[in-house]
Design a protein around this ligand. Sequence first.
Ligand code: GLA
Length: 505
Amino acid sequence: MPLSIHAPRKNARSSFLAFALCLLLTAPLFAQSLTGRWAANGRTLDNGETELTILDLKQTGSTLTATLQSTGFSLDLKGTATGNPFALLGTRRREPPMLEGDLVDGQLQGKIFGRRPFTAHSATTADVLPTIAYIEPPALHNVPENSLAKTPPMGWNSWNLFKDKVTDKLVREIADVMVSSGLRDAGYIYVNIDDTWEGVRDKDGNLPPNSKFPDMKALADYVHSRGLKLGIYTSPGPRTCGGYPGTYGHEEQDAKMFAAWGIDYVKYDWCSAARIYKDSQLQAVYQKFGDALHSTGRPIVYSLCEYGRGQVEKWGPEVGGNLWRTTDDIRDEWSSMIGNVEEQVPTAPYAGPGRWNDPDMLEVGNGRMSDTEYRTHMSLWALVAAPLLAGNDIRDMSDATKAILLNKDVIAIDQDPLGKQASPVKNGELETWAKPLANGDVAVGIVNLGSSDATATVRAADLGLTGKVKHARDLWSHEAVKFKSGAYSAEVPSHGILMLRVSAH
Ligand code: GLA
C-alpha cells in the first residue's frame, strides 16, 4: 500500500521535474528576465545637454517592480511582463503605462510616458546619475500672504499641447490672440511658459534661457504691453521634469532673476526634488521658494506643482502658495479629466480666495475629447473653482472651442468671489455637483457618466437654497428654465452636463 501510493507520487514528481527542466531549457527562447539596471541616454535637450535615465527593474515571475530615475525625476513603478513585452505603471495612476516595451536583442525598446521613444541598454559603470549634495531645508514658519489670486487664476499654459515646442515667437503670437479672440477680456490674463525654456547655469549660477527665448525681459514687456501677465516654470530640484536645470540651491537668485525679467507667476514643479527630499519635507522646500518670491517684493502668483503629495491643500497657503496641483498630469481623455476632478473631492474644504486646488490645466480644444466632453470639462473646472489655464492652440480654435472657453456664464461660476469648491451631492451615473455662490445662488451641474443619453433632474431640495427657486438659467443654452414642484429635468447626452445657476431671490 505505501509503495502503491509512493510509486505514483515518485513518478508524478519525476515527470513534473522533467517537465519543469524542459520548461527551463525552452523558456529563454520565449522570455528572458528583465531584472537589471538599464540605462537610456541620448535625448538631447534644447539647451544642448543630454539626459540620462536609469531603470532599476526587478522581475519575480511576471511581476515587475522598478524605480525610474533621470536627472529630472524619480518614480516608483510596478507592472507585469508577458514573456518579454512589459508594461510599468505609476503607483497612483494606472493608464497609460509610464513605460512599456519589449526586450529586443538585449535592449529594452518601447515608449516612455505614453509618447517618447525609449531604448535602454544594460547599464555600465559609466551610466550614473550625478550625485546631488543635500541641502537641509529651512525650519517651518509662515510666509506672508501675497494677496494675489483672489479668484482662480485664468490664462494659458504651453505644456499640454506644445511641450518643448514653446518659443518666444509662439508666446508673442499667443499673447496677440489672447487679445484678439476676447480671451483676455473674458479674464484669461496669464500667459505661462512651462518647462523647456531653460539654458545652462553659468559660472555665477545665473540661469539664462536657451536659444528659444533670446530675451525674456523683452518678452515680458511685450506680454505686458498687451495687458497680460507672464508666467514661468521651474523646480525645487536640481532638474525640472523635462531634465532642464532647476532651482535647487539657487532659490533667491532665480526668484530675483524672475522678478527682474517681469515675471508674474511661477509654477514650481517637484520633479527631481524627489531624488533628494522626502514627502515630509515638501512644506519646508516649498516654503523656501515662497520666501524667496516674497523677498523680491514683486507680486508673483505662486503655483505649487507636486501632484497632491503630502496633503498640500492643508499647508499650501502657509508657504505663500496661491494654488497647488492635487493630481497627476491631466491627459486629453475623458477618463483622465474625470479622474482628476474626482480625485480632488476631499480637498474641497480647503479652497477659498487666494488658495486654490488645481486639478491641472484645461485640455479643451486639443482634439481627443468631443465638444460635449469639453463642455463638461470646462463646467466641472468652474464648479470646483479650478484655475482656468487653456492648454490648446488658441491661434487656431474651432467655433465650438471658442464658445466653450469664452462662456461667460460658466466663467462667472469659476470666478465667483465666495470661492467655494463644488462637491458631488449625489453620486451614480448622473453625478450632481453643487457650488454655493456669493449672492446666495447655487451653481449645479449634473454630469452623465453613463454611455447613453439620460434624463437629469435638478431638485431644489438638494441645493441648500434658502427659499423656493425664483430663477434658473441653463449656462450652456443661456436660457431661463422653469422649475416645477421643486425640480427641473432635461436630457443629457452621454458624457454631457446639465449646468444651471439657480436663484431663490
Ligand atoms: C510635470 C508637470 C506638468 C509639466 C511637466 C513639464 O509633469 O506636472 O504639468 O509642467 O512636468 O516637464
